[in-house]
Design a binder for this molecule. Structure first.
Ligand code: ATP
Length: 338
C-alpha cells in the first residue's frame, strides 16, 4: 500500500458532543498515518476550527499517553456556519489551500451530515461514530457507550446502597437524547424496578406506580427507577408523583455531564483504535464518503448516504428480557410484550 497512497496529507477532528474514547480514536488515526508516512493535521474545535485554521501538526509524539484519557485533546464544537452552503464551500476551500486531501471526522450523525457535504465538494472524508447515546443507526456500537454505561451503573449502585438503608425510591435521569439505549442497558445492569424510555408509551398509573406497588408487595423495600432524558416528564415530577401515589420516600438525581467524562473502558479503547486504523487505511486506498462501523463484533465500513438513511430501533429482545426479570411478566417472556 505504501507506494501508491491516494493521500499525502490528512486532517482529523472531533465534532458534536464529546465521548470517552475520542482520544483513542485520534491516537489511532495519527499513528496509522505515521505508519504510512502520511502527514496528519489535528484540527481543533471541530468544523469551527476547520473554518478558522485551528491546525496542529501531529505525529506519534503528539498522542503519547492519551489512549486512556477522557474528553478530546482536539476540543470539540458545534458550528452553525459550517452547516450552511457557504460554510461548507469555504471549508472545502480551506482544505484545498492547505493540501488537506482527506479528513477523518469523529462524531455523531450531525457531524456526518456535515462530512457528507464536504465529500460532495471533493474532500475525501471518513466518519468514526462516537457518542455515549449509541443512537447512530449505521453501527451497532458507538465509541463512548460502554464507558458511559459503566459510569452510570457505578452511580446507580451507590444510590441503591443509600436507598436500601432508608427504604426509599431513587429516580435517576440518564442521558441518551431521544433514545433509550443507555437507560435500558443501565436499567438491566442495576436491576431497575422500572425503566422509562422514549421509545415506549407509558400509562403512569399502570406502568410505573402499579409496578412499584407490586414490587413492594413482593417484599422489596427500596426501588430504582431509571428515566431516559428523552422522556417528556421532568424527573422531579416523576419522583413526586411516585411519592404521592405510594407514600414511599423518593429522591431524584440528574446525573448530567459526569456521564460524558472519564477514561475510556477497554471496549471503547479497542473499538476506537480499530476504527481510527480503518479510517486512515480507507483514505490511503482512495476511499471517501464512508463511515466506519461495528456490525456486531465485526468492523465494517459503509456508504455515508446509506448510513445516514438508516434508522435504529431499541433492542426489543432486551426490553422484553428486562420486563420478564423485573416484573416476572409472562407476556414479555413469551415475546408478546411491546
Ligand atoms: P452528538 O451526537 O454528540 O450530538 P453530532 O455530531 O450529532 O454529535 P451535532 O451538533 O448534531 O452533533 O453536529 C455537529 C456539527 O455538525 C454541527 O455543529 C454542524 O456544524 C454540523 N452539522 C450538523 N448537522 C448538519 C447538517 N444537517 N448539515 C450540515 N452540517 C451539519
Amino acid at each position: 500500500m505504501a507506494n501508491d497512497l491516494a493521500v499525502k496529507r490528512i486532517g482529523v477532528l472531533t465534532s458534536g458532543g464529546d465521548a470517552p474514547g475520542m482520544n483513542a480514536a485520534i491516537r489511532a488515526v495519527v499513528k496509522t498515518a505515521a505508519c504510512l508516512r502520511i502527514e496528519c493535521i489535528g484540527i481543533r474545535h471541530g468544523y469551527t476550527g476547520l473554518l478558522n485554521g485551528h491546525f496542529l501538526p501531529m505525529d506519534e509524539k503528539s498522542v503519547k499517553g492519551i489512549i486512556g484519557r477522557g474528553g478530546t485533546m482536539l476540543y470539540t464544537a458545534r458550528s452553525e456556519e459550517f452547516a450552511t452552503d457557504e460554510g461548507v464551500e469555504r471549508a472545502a476551500d480551506v482544505c484545498r489551500r492547505n493540501n488537506i486531501e482527506g479528513l477523518v471526522v469523529i462524531g455523531g450523525d450531525g457531524s456526518f451530515r456535515g462530512a457528507r457535504n464536504l465529500h460532495s465538494k471533493g474532500v475525501k472524508v471518513i466518519g468514526i461514530p462516537c457518542t455515549i447515546d449509541n443512537d447512530i443507526a449505521c453501527t451497532t456500537y458507538s465509541v463512548g457507550y460502554d464507558t458511559a454505561c459503566n459510569t452510570v451503573v457505578e452511580a446507580v449502585d451507590k444510590l441503591n446502597d443509600t436507598m436500601q438503608s432508608h427504604e426509599r425510591c431513587s429516580v435517576v435521569e440518564v442521558m441518551g437524547r431521544h433514545a433509550g439505549h443507555l437507560a435500558l442497558n443501565v436499567g438491566i445492569a442495576t436491576g431497575a424496578t422500572v425503566i422509562m424510555i422514549p421509545e415506549r408509551n407509558y400509562d403512569f398509573e399502570n406502568d410505573v406506580i402499579e409496578r412499584i406497588r407490586r414490587a413492594r408487595l413482593s417484599g422489596r423495600t427500596n426501588f430504582n427507577v431509571i428515566v431516559a432524558e428523552g422522556i417528556d416528564m421532568p424527573v422531579h415530577e416523576i419522583s413526586s408523583r411516585i411519592r404521592e401515589a405510594t407514600g414511599i420516600e423518593t429522591r431524584h438525581t440528574q446525573l448530567g455531564h459526569v456521564q460524558r467524562g472519564g477514561g475510556p473502558q477497554v471496549r471503547d479503547r479497542v473499538v476506537a483504535s480499530g476504527m481510527g486504523y480503518m479510517a486512515v487505511r480507507l483514505l490511503a486506498e482512495g476511499e471517501s464518503g464512508r463511515i466506519v462501523a461495528m456490525n456486531g463484533d465485526i468492523l465494517v465500513h459503509l456508504d455515508i448516504d446509506e448510513a445516514l438513511d438508516m434508522t435504529k430501533d431499541l433492542n426489543n429482545e432486551a426490553y422484553n428480557m428486562f420486563k420478564a426479570l423485573a416484573f416476572l411478566d409472562k407476556e414479555a417472556f413469551c415475546g408478546a410484550g411491546d
